[in-house]
Write a protein that binds this ligand. Sequence first.
Ligand code: UDP
Length: 501
Amino acid sequence: TTREFKHHVVMFPFMAQGHIIPFLELAKLLAKRTGFAITIANTPLNIRSLRPEIDSTGAGLDIRLAELPFSTAGHGLPPQTENTDFLPYNLFFPFLQASEQLEPHFERLICRICQEDGGRLPLCIISDMAFGWTLDVGNRLGIPRIQFCTAGAYGTSVYYSLWTHLPHNQTHADDFVLPDMPHVTLQRSQLPTNIKMATGSDPWSLFMNRQISRNVRSWGSICNTFEQLEHSSLQHMRKSTGRPVWAVGPILPSSLLSSSPSNTKLDSDFLLRGKQTEAKSARACLQWLDSQAPSTVLYVSFGSQNSISLSNMKALALGLESSQQPFIWVVRPPVEAPLNSELSAEFLSDGFEERVKEKKLGLLIRKWAPQLLILSHPSTGGFLSHCGWNSVLESLSQGIPIIGWPMAGDQFTNSKVLEEEMEVCIEMWRGKEGELKPETVERTVRMVMKEEKGNRLRQRAAEIREAALKAVSEDKNGEKKGSSVCAVDDMIRELTVGYQC
Ligand code: UDP
């Protein structure tokens, strides 16, 4: 029997939660809108943790999972390292290098899919910014490759520009301007460590060059952002690549994007994400949040990759305590702690955990929090964040202002644009180094949570939430569809018109 003809899209995220999560949401969005078959490729461990989520929130959609063998042998990585979540900084680059060995396996997968589809090529490859080499696979097989930027358009453009104008280690001046983005002035302290050290010919520079040069030559780019939020940066990307850039975001679970979010619902969107969240810790969060007044709780989290230093951890603890503002803090062992260590009380200031528990001032969550549940709860009023792009979108989609503490990658420029242009953020601290003072934490928390400045930020965040809802609104009830929905439809049209059987 011949199977019904169905277009097939192959997606391939980098092995980190901040990439896998938006790829999965994009897969659901495309499957829902088009009815196409989607295959998500990844390493066995990540595929195993995706499966329950596909079975629940992806039920009824044709989303398939494909395992690619991944060997880190010879790269100095602990055995079974299949993603970069909480990987120590010095192991991150070896992991990136190992990821390039996925190329033949990925190519074989595509050939197998093609065979199973009766010789029809997949419609396109949508792959990570870290996998520029998937363009070569696409070119060899005659399949368009699209890069999916899980960072914002501003963050991506500046990041690419920094890597293409190396070195910056000569840059002693505090302020400097990028040659191809003269409107962007950066400070040296806003350079991620790897870029600060890059010479242009070291292995990390060469790796980035291999990926970026292919990313910008790809068939097009999908960005997890929306026109109204980042129009000028999107235009910059379009001009500099000469290729289409579709702003289809914010790509978030639909429950976060409805005009009346189901705030207290413990549904699977909230629970299964990132697999580590247990129902027990989600219930504890919910109970605690329910006992607090509206918009009073500060949520503190640095994403899935970063920890802070021991001294900064103690300062943060003391500052939060003296701010007297209720908080939920996702605590992890400091950067100095050995790999896989548990969080112990000695990492915090003496008796901190007991004191804040007793005063009902704070809730500490270990390792992994139900972030969407927390951000969408009416008691949450601020987010002290490392400014990872997913966290940024999740926060703004709930109208929640941000206290910025960027640490790596695009986070520095995210924090910058959030503060200077979007006016929804105050940057509190920058980088993992230096001695943060508890008073700095206390002052900034009060400013954002209690003072007039905070109200202005909250107002702006609420406006951005409205704009985000508009961007993703469907064409129903006679309403015009939003810019992000149009972008998805445009992309599909362009792909299917050019499709050759
Ligand atoms: N996340 C979560 N619980 C945590 C930490 C992170 O659910 O305890 C989710 C968060 O909601 C976001 C993603 O993991 O979707 C982190 O992505 P982001 O871009 O914010 O930061 P990264 O982890 O890539 O640095």
